[in-house]
Structure formats: structure tokens, C-alpha cells
Design a protein around this ligand. Structure first.
Ligand code: ZN
Length: 167
């Protein structure tokens, strides 16, 4: 790993720490040339196979732009979308698989979007679960009514605005 300060081609690891969720390792490094210190974060690479067959790295930004359309006109902020994308990444990483199909990412988005906004959830679900008729919407809505949101999401520091987006 090059030193980001002097471009020296080598660096020494002086400390390694696994993140709380166990999904990444943070290394503290020191450059033997200029002596400056810097950190690197190591995560397993996560790739997505698109319907076209193209493989690309997982991108939170892509998750956000996919969901943003479903959230048009809804009380959902960019910060909400960023948190949602982070949760989606955490849930796909915790599955322990390194490569996903784009459709699986869509399915991983659903439970998190449901927590955020039920109308956006229905819009998004109608695309990803390929709703074909009104009865598909009916059963999705019945499901929403039968299992109201619990608010018991994994503990991530989040702005107060996400707590009750409907109120
Ligand atoms: Zn250096």
C-alpha cells in the first residue's frame, strides 16, 4: 500500500482492529519513509450481477437512486436514503455471500424500505416482486396491515426525523 503522503511504495501495519459488526478490518499504518500514519479499511468485495450479465461492485449510491424514485413525493430525506443504503449493505454482507444478483439486492431493500415509508415500499415492491394485478397490491397491503412496523431495527445512530416519518 502506497503512502498517501509521499507515495512511498510500502507501509507498516501498526494496529489492526475488527469493526464491531465483524464486517471490516481497520488497519493503522505507518510509512517507513516519511513516518506519517494513515488508516485503511478492508472489507470483502461485494459484487452485483446485473440482468445484462455485467458484474459491477455493490454501490450504496445505486441503492439510493433506485429507491429515490419510489420515494418521490414522500417525506423521505436524502439522509434517510443514506441510512437505508447502509442497512441494505450490512444485510447483504451479513449473508456471507460475495456475489448477488441485482434482483436479490432489490429484495434486500424491501424490509428496510418498509420501515422507512410504506407507500414507497409498495411502489418499490410492485416492481421488484413483479406485481401483475390489483390483488397483488391487495395482499401486500393486507400484509402491511397484519404486521405493522415494529421500529425494532438494528441499532444504528440515526437522526430523530427517521423515527416517525408518518407523523
Ligand atoms: Zn510516506
Amino acid at each position: 500500500m502506497h503512502c498517501p503522503f509521499c507515495r512511498h511504495p510500502d507501509s507498516r501495519v501498526i494496529d489492526s482492529r475488527t469493526s464491531d459488526d465483524g464486517l471490516s478490518i481497520r488497519r493503522r499504518r505507518q510509512c517507513p519513509e516519511c513516518g506519517r500514519r494513515f488508516s485503511t479499511t478492508e472489507t470483502a468485495s461485494l459484487t452485483v450481477i446485473k440482468r445484462s450479465g455485467v458484474v459491477e461492485p455493490f454501490s450504496r449510491e445505486k441503492v439510493m437512486s433506485g429507491v429515490r424514485k419510489a420515494c418521490q413525493g414522500r417525506p423521505v430525506t436524502e439522509a434517510d436514503l443514506a441510512i437505508l443504503a447502509q442497512r441494505v449493505e450490512e444485510s447483504v454482507r451479513s449473508a456471507g455471500i460475495a456475489q448477488f444478483e441485482a434482483n436479490e439486492i432489490g429484495l434486500a431493500i424491501l424490509p428496510h424500505l418498509r420501515e422507512l415509508d410504506e407507500v414507497a415500499y409498495l411502489r418499490f415492491a410492485s416492481v421488484y416482486q413483479a406485481f401483475e394485478s390489483l390483488s397483488d397490491f391487495d395482499s401486500a397491503i393486507a400484509e402491511l396491515r397484519a404486521h405493522p412496523r415494529t421500529g425494532s431495527m438494528p441499532s444504528i445512530d440515526e437522526p430523530a426525523s427517521i423515527q416517525n416519518p408518518q407523523e
